[in-house]
Design a protein around this ligand. Structure first.
Ligand code: NAP
Length: 277
């Protein structure tokens, strides 16, 4: 499954939508990025997201907070952005450091600006099947499945991983589309036998080549959300590709879709806040 190509098409549409907003309102969509400290990979991620915004005609405003910032400092900075009518979406990069109450910081994001889908409001809306912003990586996974017209109803979807930003919402979105969902995690007994039953497998573990072809049901659709050191996914692509009907590569699968969804949701947020939709 070509995440790079799909993301490119999605970003083209988002770019056109951003230009339309600017034309009709005189205001470009704006994403605020907040970074606490100078963790090198976080710095790189934020820089990359801001570059991608610029290319799509989305303004970005960056707030850099020192590593020693307290939870109150982060909450105050995010609250200011939540109230600023010139900012339509907020991306709070994490991890923020062990001394910060990350949940409190995320909850300072106004729901209508939660384009990264990290607040309890967004999570609950997804759970109830109500409109709202989804966590970007699970959102990207669903767009890939839709683009390849994968019929999910009645299929056994197995999600390996249950983090709040990835595994858990991915399973909830699949459930919302009438798949029968099983979650696996670090306490799961006989994980291989469950993975082998998957018609649709989502690997979101964070362990390089954790799932091999021997555990892939012939014909299964395999989504590898993992991204590990050395650009390696959670699935052993070579052996898994021999049995899967569709499979995402790493890199070039889920990763590009994550950023495409972030941009798409930022433009949707701007459109709503500027009264266009
Ligand atoms: P995480 O918070 O560390 O969660 C990992 C999950 O995997 C946990 O639920 C954990 O179970 C489970 N797990 C760990 N070891 C396991 C084992 N031996 N057997 C079964 N389950 C095991 O990670 P995450 O943030 O969800 O990220 C997962 C992967 O996706 C990482 O490679 C990350 O880099 C990648 N990712 C990619 C993108 C993207 O844009 N492409 C975005 C986000 C994350 P417990 O809950 O029991 O601990």
């Amino acid at each position: 499954m070509d995440g790079t190509g799909l993301a490119r098409r999605s970003v083209e549409e988002t770019t056109a939508a951003a230009a339309e907003i600017r034309l009709r309102t005189g205001t470009p969509p704006c994403l605020a990025t907040v970074l606490v400290g100078e963790d090198p990979s976080s710095v790189t991620y934020v820089k990359m997201k801001r570059n991608r915004c610029a290319r799509a005609g989305i303004e970005s405003r960056h707030v850099a907070l020192p590593a020693g910032s307290t939870t109150e400092d982060v909450v105050a900075a995010v609250t200011t952005l939540s109230k600023d009518p010139g900012v339509h979406g907020i991306l709070l990069q994490h991890p923020m450091g062990p001394h910060i109450d990350e949940r409190a910081a995320f909850e300072a994001i106004a729901p209508e600006k939660d384009v990264d889908g990290v607040t309890m409001h967004s999570f609950a809306a997804m759970g109830f099947g109500l409109p709202g912003f989804v966590s970007c990586t699970p959102g990207g996974i669903m767009r890939l499945l839709d683009a390849y017209e994968v019929d999910l109803a009645g299929k056994h979807a197995v999600v390996v991983g249950r983090s709040a930003i990835l595994g858990k919402p991915a399973g909830m979105l699949l459930l919302g589309r009438n798949a029968t969902v099983t979650y696996c995690h670090s306490h799961t007994a006989d994980l291989s036998s469950i993975v082998r039953q998957a018609d649709v497998l989502v690997a979101a573990v964070g362990r390089p080549r954790f799932i091999t072809g021997a555990d892939i049901k012939p014909g299964a659709v395999v989504i590898d959300a993992g991204y590990n050191e050395g650009n390696v996914g959670d699935v052993d692509f070579g052996t898994a590709a021999e049995r899967a009907s569709l499979i995402t590569p790493v890199p070039g699968g889920v990763g590009p879709m994550t950023i495409a969804v972030l941009l798409e949701q930022t433009v949707a947020a701007a459109s709503r806040q500027l009264g266009l939709s």
